[in-house]
Design a protein around this ligand. Structure first.
Ligand code: GDP
Length: 310
């Protein structure tokens, strides 16, 4: 049977947070990973923003490079079949709730000889009309705290509204870490369907220019938000992604076939995934600057869930 994402953290109808300890323990305490450092990639943002779809590209790369140990120059070929893994769907109903973890763990060794286990998280769409603001803030804070890279997925551009949300959700992070240092690690804005490549080109360079433009805004309100956001994260990045094409965007028959995806999207996704997942670029999970091992990672998630659960 094909593996499926496991719900490790769930929001309850009464707004409390429930940790699925058994599912988490089954993944994290396997002998071969217990003693490894962890790299945790999470994606969050409004639902129907293409998060699950993107995660399946990450999954394909991880499987080919770290499970099958094949050459990654050809990891995006139609011969490997359609994309699969995290469920993505046409339609407007949300189908992810809380935090999901992919049950397969990918193992590698960094150029520094450090042994690492890589985890993927899919986070409940924030800001939809089925979830209270309080729940959104908690889930956002949790998934950002437990990841080494949080990808913040937005459609078309970064709006002031996004900055306001990050600032508001980030408050929980400061509370939990008592404002000692930046509570979160790397934060990457991923702009989907970027339509102005003549202003800022697709990719990380265009993304950095766009972020710089926002960060140097003369609007005092934005300036204040930027100072706050910078204090929340060790590093902030941005990546601009092109439109994937009509079939991905607007068809209910799209089955994940790479032939149906625009080539420019595939090129950009390939750059993005390499920047994120190649061994030289992996970011290890740290807490107060100390690298975390898989075993401690379990305690860390449990502790934060306990603090935020009510
Ligand atoms: P999620 O709710 O954020 O996980 O979104 P999904 O990954 O389930 O995707 C929702 C819909 O958007 C599906 O119909 C996808 O085929 C489509 N989609 C995925 N990626 C993109 C993208 O980059 N741009 C556009 N316009 N649509 C996308």
């Amino acid at each position: 049977m094909e593996p499926q994402a496991l719900q490790i953290i769930e929001t309850q109808p009464d707004d409390t947070i429930l940790l699925n300890e058994e599912a988490l323990r089954n993944i994290l305490t396997q002998d071969e990973i217990r003693d490894r450092y962890v790299a945790v990639i999470s994606i969050t943002g409004a639902f129907r923003g293409g998060k699950s779809f993107l995660l399946n590209f990450l999954l394909r790369y991880l499987k080919i490079k770290y499970l099958e140990k094949r050459n990654v120059t050809d990891w995006l070929t139609p011969e490997d079949g359609p994309l699969k893994g995290f469920s993505w769907a046409a339609g407007s109903k949300r189908h992810t709730s809380g935090i999901m973890m992919w049950p397969q763990v990918f193992l590698t060794t960094l150029p520094t000889e450090e042994k690492v286990a890589i985890f993927l998280l899919d986070t409940q769409g924030s800001f939809d009309n089925q979830t209270t603001m309080d729940d959104c803030a908690k889930i956002f804070a949790l998934s950002t705290l437990i990841s080494s890279v949080q990808i913040y997925n937005v459609m078309r551009t970064i709006r002031q509204y996004d900055l306001t949300h990050i600032q508001c959700f980030g408050g929980f992070g400061n509370l939990l870490t008592k404002g000692e240092s930046a509570p979160f690690q790397n934060f990457t804005f991923l702009v989907r369907d970027w339509a102005c490549p003549y202003e800022h080109p697709y990719g990380d360079i265009g993304g950095a220019a766009m972020l710089e433009q926002i960060f140097s805004s003369k609007n005092p309100e934005i300036q204040e938000q930027v100072i706050n956001i910078k204090s929340l994260f060790n590093e902030t990045n941005c990546f601009l992604m092109p439109y994937p094409g009509r079939t991905v965007d607007a068809s209910n028959t799209f089955n994940g076939s790479l032939d149906d995806i625009d080539e420019s999207f595939l090129d950009s996704v390939s750059d993005f995934v390499t920047l994120l997942l190649s061994p030289e670029n992996l970011v290890l999970k740290t807490v107060n600057g100390v690298k975390l091992k898989a075993e401690d990672f379990m305690c860390y998630i449990t502790e934060y869930c306990n603090i935020l659960k009510d």
